[in-house]
Design a protein around this ligand. Sequence first.
Ligand code: SF4
Length: 250
Amino acid sequence: MPREPKKPGREPLTDVLSYYRDLGVAELYLERARRAGPETPPQGPSPARGQPTVPPAAEALGLPALAREVAACRRCPLADTRKQTVFADGTGPARIMFVGEAPGADEDAQGVPFVGRAGQLLTKMIENGMGISRREVYIANVVKCRPPENRNPEPAEIAACRGYLETQIDLVRPEVLVALGNFAAKFLLGTEEGIMKIRGRWGEYRGVPVMPTFHPSFLLRQPDRKRDAWSDLLAVLERIGLPAPPAGGR
Ligand code: SF4
């Protein structure tokens, strides 16, 4: 009588694999590992009814496959007016992930987020204010296509696009998220409170700490608020145990 394979319990992985080999199973598909920590339900509005979620294949294959999925996306009217989609800057994984609102004209032209004047200020905030290279962080927007005339993204457009950012965050696995401005703060924290009120106060998105701060576009208009943004970014560094740069760099 053939030997009954021993069922796996908390044995080493090699034992578990031997068990399945004994059963004649040649290939196993592993579910993507979830971030450690308590499971909390996603905050913010739910996806619009009838909207498909991010295709499982793109999620399983990682960020490059997701970027290809986004490049072909026509799930909302912004697809008709964009030059190209703007997926992200960075390769992931990254310890710090910045989330902005939507691409502008420069981003639409280049296909990279935060490359216009506001983007240059963001780079300065990261490199001079935090003392780290922009290449070390991951940057994405709530919506991946430019709203015409730089208008605010509509709720239906955000709902159509939200699965992409959610999956990006899952795949980048940041230790901390920085919400740049009202739309990113609302997306990540599900709050209706404005950024003037909540900036500098830690929140949480699915167990990941979120620091809401001012969008660089706002700081271009209100440079006197840069000091607040610097202090928010220093709090981010402190949260993940990175040293603050010398004050002269800011
Ligand atoms: S904004 Fe998002 S949902 Fe709309 S077309 Fe672009 S990628 Fe698709």
